[in-house]
Design a protein around this ligand. Structure first.
Ligand SMILES: [Zn+2]
Length: 374
């Protein structure tokens, strides 16, 4: 979906030279396309007619893997207990429908979105012993289509010590078998596994790539620039901002909220009606707003400290300029703390209106406080 010339070149060179490692650990934020990169390589390995180290996209195998239906492309991922099954008997197999659906919608989803997809928000996901045994069993079988077999383990950090069952498989995989682990955090991978896999780091997408992606949509230039800045190389963030139907004008709303908070004791009704409006937005829009607020504060703080170019649009830079009379370095730190707390509390399903009204009060107090020299 996104053209990543450097990574694609590296992958195709590995394929052409027939040097694809049999156990690879792809590391990077899912929003950067870590799973997408692993899938790209898997698809070339399964393609019946690869061209110059790339998949042909038209053969039978390509058509099947494009729809997540290739019988030699296996997936394992963290799950929760399924309905009336015992937890220890539940594996990825029980959630394949959800898995295919989420992959159809985007290859850039993260663990939190996966948990939401299978209604596991408040439950502990993991990859259990039965799953590890299934992985070994599946890869021990002959391939269905007579060529390579690929197993992708999504969020391999969820392999607890059960993961040690896979060590032999990783060290001596059966012929034509590839095991791709995909993870966001290298520190959370078992050391025994880490030392046996070859690392493939995936980096954030460039602003140019995000821009290229956005050109598929009819978005005005200012908004496009805003999305590029906010997503910071994370395509998932960009997708969420594009899908945000509320058209909640982030920078305007931020200034409005600050202004009415400043006047809280004189005109409390303004704050309450803003809070009501915010509470009606979907979770995604609320999140986007708070993430935008934190992004703005980070850039604003930089503008107080350095002359570095900011990741802010022209109108935002003008707003930042005006805010300098009221918000100093000490206050911006405190404000970030307040918004961070709000973000955290809302992610834990606290009451939106109560949390927001409380935050407005805190911001009002902060803005009226005398400047503290730091
Ligand atoms: Zn093909």
């Amino acid at each position: 979906m996104i053209d990543r010339p450097e990574i694609s070149l590296r992958l195709s060179q590995l394929v052409k030279a027939d040097r694809v490692p049999h156990a690879l650990l792809f590391i990077g934020n899912m929003g950067w396309g870590t799973l997408d990169v692993a899938l790209e390589l898997a698809e070339v390995l399964l393609c019946q007619n690869p061209q110059n180290g790339k998949k042909c996209t038209t053969c039978n195998a390509c058509l099947k893997s494009n729809r997540q239906l290739h019988p030699d492309l296996h997936f394992a991922f963290p799950v929760i207990k399924k309905d009336n099954k015992k937890r220890e008997d539940t594996t990825s197999k029980d959630f394949l429908i959800e898995w295919r659906e989420i992959l159809e919608s985007s290859r850039y989803f993260n663990g939190k979105e996966w948990a939401e997809k299978i209604s596991a928000e408040n439950k502990q996901l993991n990859i259990n012993t039965t799953e590890c045994n299934e992985i070994i069993k599946k890869l021990g079988l002959k391939s269905f289509e007579g060529s390579n077999k690929v197993m992708i383990i999504y969020l391999a950090e969820y392999l607890g010590k059960e993961g040690n069952r896979l060590l032999k498989l990783i060290e001596e995989p059966p012929e034509d078998t590839f095991l791709f682990l995909v993870a966001e955090s290298q520190e959370m991978i078992l050391n025994t596994i880490l030392s046996r896999c070859q690392l493939f780091p995936v980096s954030p997408l460039s602003d140019q790539m995000i821009n290229g992606y956005l050109s598929n949509y009819n978005i005005e230039d200012n908004r496009k620039e805003e999305i590029v800045f906010l997503s910071n190389g994370n395509l998932r963030t960009a997708q969420n901002l594009v899908n945000d139907q509320s058209r909640f004008d982030l920078s305007n709303q931020l200034l409005t909220w600050l202004r009415i908070n400043y006047l809280f004791d004189k005109k409390p009704a303004d704050v309450f009606s803003w809070v009501d409006g915010f509470a009606k937005l979907g979770k995604t829009s609320q999140n986007s707003f708070l993430e935008y607020f934190l992004h703005f504060l980070r850039e604003y703080q930089l503008s107080l400290l350095t002359d570095m170019p900011l990741r802010l649009s022209v109108s935002e830079q003008e707003s930042a300029q005006k805010m300098k009379k009221i918000i100093d370095l000490h206050k911006v730190e405190k404000l970030s703390e307040i918004i961070n707390n709000l973000h955290y509390n809302l992610s834990r399903n606290a009451n939106t209106k109560i949390e927001l009204a409380h935050t407005s009060m805190e911001i009002c107090n902060l803005l009226h406080r005398k400047a503290v020299s730091v």
